[in-house]
Write a protein that binds this ligand. Structure first.
Ligand code: 3PG
Length: 311
């Protein structure tokens, strides 16, 4: 039996850490760019159902071209795969459109502060719907998460109920998405990248008829003309950027899920929110009261305590 070269295991381990670090940095960077362009688009063109659909359409198109040109190997799927993907796609669609509706109504930072409360939803759903129990420190970590989000919501200068509820619905939907996706990915032969590609395709099919019903081509045409007149022809590049970056950050996040545990993933997701909250406050000059910032900081700290308690 070949013995591993001296120091070989350490080398493999440090190469893995560099790879994961690279995934995380790319994921956060792509996510910040997505959030900025998404909000710029929504400010000029307040049609979140269409922009959500375009994000999924861009991802679907990128992946269909990658498969056709053999840049990426197409996954081998069967009917059971698509059946198990359906609940994941439904939850992904609801979570995505709800977050985008939220961001069309409130500051990006506010949506992400509320979204930092996702672990609380995860524990409550697991406890009351799935009957799972957790050690006491996990429940205690929910106090700063819920308290911090509550404080930030109560002191938000531009509070809007639709914006708040959109972020809350997104939290709930993404908890179900993660539960279903963990079940669906078990023993899978499809890579993280292709799993997310299939998720985009199915979500696009689910969302398109609803987007047409809720907003529809007539409103879109009028809104588009207005946006082009106000912003100029380069508005189309903003739309392209928000759609493409949405796909890219999600693809990288699913690729990193292949390498890391769901827990490390959720810590990465919380750190991602800090970079989005800070950069969007700077870029959009969002007014923040000290007590509001305190609420956000407590909520984010709570999610760190939660990840520690889960360990
Ligand atoms: C979306 O539009 O789907 C949300 O902004 C995504 O939220 P996430 O930060 O949890 O990926």
């Amino acid at each position: 039996v070949d013995q591993p070269e001296e120091g070989g295991i350490e080398k493999v381990e440090s190469a893995r850490k560099v790879k994961i670090g690279f995934y995380f940095a790319t994921w956060w960077f792509l996510n910040v760019i997505f959030n900025i362009y998404n909000k710029k688009v929504l400010n000029a063109f307040p049609f979140p159902w269409l922009t959500s659909t375009l994000s999924l359409a861009a991802g679907s198109l990128i992946m269909l071209i990658s498969w056709a040109t053999k840049v990426a190997e197409a996954p081998k799927t069967d009917i059971d795969f698509w059946k198990s993907l359906f609940p994941v796609a439904l939850a992904h669609t609801i979570g995505h459109v709800a977050a985008t509706v939220s961001m069309s109504k409130v500051a990006v930072s506010f949506t992400h502060i509320i979204k930092s409360g996702e672990p609380a939803f995860s524990v409550l759903v697991s406890r009351f719907i799935l009957g799972e129990t957790f050690p006491m420190p996990v429940y205690l970590s929910l106090v700063p998460i819920i308290g911090g989000c509550g404080l930030a919501a109560l002191t938000e200068l531009n509070f809007n109920m639709t914006g708040f509820m959109g972020a809350m619905i997104s939290n709930l939907a993404f908890v179900f998405r993660n539960i279903f996706s963990k079940r669906g990915m078990k023993g899978k032969s499809v890579s993280g990248m292709n799993y997310y590609a299939c998720l985009s395709l199915l979500s696009l099919l689910i969302l398109t008829p609803f987007a047409i019903a809720v907003e529809g081509p007539q409103l879109w045409a009028v809104g588009w003309q207005k946006a082009i007149t106000e912003i100029g022809p380069h508005f189309i590049w903003w739309v392209a950027a928000q759609s493409i970056f949405y796909h890219l950050y999600n693809q990288v996040s699913y690729m990193s899920l292949d390498e890391i545990s769901p827990l490390t993933f959720s810590i990465g997701n919380t750190m991602k929110r800090i970079s989005v909250i800070v950069s969007s406050i700077i870029i959009f000059r969002t007014p923040v009261q000290p007590v509001n910032a305190l609420g956000a900081a407590i909520a984010v700290l709570g999610t760190f305590l939660y990840s520690q308690a889960k360990q």
